[in-house]
Design a binder for this molecule. Structure first.
Ligand SMILES: CC(C)(COP(=O)(O)OP(=O)(O)OC[C@H]1O[C@@H](n2cnc3c(N)ncnc32)[C@H](O)[C@@H]1OP(=O)(O)O)[C@@H](O)C(=O)NCCC(=O)NCCS
Length: 178
């Protein structure tokens, strides 16, 4: 399996949207929490505000980088890292479910990590995403009690039913500043 990784471009938006939509749907749907497949539907991913957010993840400049992973011509993974004050934040870290667990995420992570040089690395994720919580813990991240309420907050997308909120957590990889 030959994986290639290259910098993302705004023109990748269509395939990127599809990659994230499918991966969110399979990773985050949880009927008992009210997070139905409709919360992560193609329609939701194609609204103007979601497209604006997704496009912002594909920008490369001195303070933010985005990479995409491909197998032949198929986009299978993504990661974005951006500078936030003196730290870095990871967003849009996804590998399509068929290819998870084969080291593609780690390759993307290594790119992001190399770019980050100094400063902590921040991430937020759904609490019910236990597999990724375990992965970040394995990589040395801890719950970031300095953010939210003791490290936790509730996420609501404007496309979701009004009263639907999903519990999320902030995590942080603490690194020395020198
Ligand atoms: C998170 C994600 C991007 C990782 O990509 P991947 O290709 O599956 O990851 P890899 O195969 O490279 O494995 C990454 C690491 O996670 C570890 N891992 C995987 N499942 C794990 C689990 N249940 N518990 C602990 N560690 C786990 C692997 O051992 C590996 O660690 P190592 O390489 O340091 O030994 C991918 O699984 C994904 O898209 N998940 C759903 C969406 C998501 O949660 N994204 C992150 C949002 S913040």
């Amino acid at each position: 399996m030959r994986v290639t990784i290259r910098a993302a471009k705004p023109s990748d938006i269509k395939e990127y949207t599809s990659l994230l939509q499918r991966t969110y749907e399979s990773a985050y749907t949880n009927d008992s929490l009210g997070l139905t497949k409709e919360c992560f539907s193609q329609e939701v991913f194609n609204t103007a505000d979601t497209q604006k957010y997704l496009l912002s993840n594909l920008v490369n400049n001195s303070s933010r980088k985005a990479w995409l992973a491909f197998i032949e011509s198929q986009m299978v993974g993504s990661v974005t890292i951006k500078k936030k004050d003196n730290n870095y934040e990871i967003t849009g870290f996804y590998v399509t479910s068929e290819y998870q667990g084969r080291g593609i995420g780690k390759q993307l992570w290594n790119k992001a990590f190399e770019f980050s040089s100094k400063g902590d690395i921040l991430v937020d994720l759904y609490v019910h995403n236990k597999k990724s919580v375990a992965m970040y813990k394995k990589w040395g991240f801890v719950i970031d009690k300095t953010r939210g309420e003791n490290g936790y907050f509730y996420r609501h997308w404007q496309e979701w039913p009004d009263n639907l909120k999903a519990k999320c957590m902030y995590m942080r990889l603490i690194r020395s500043k020198d």
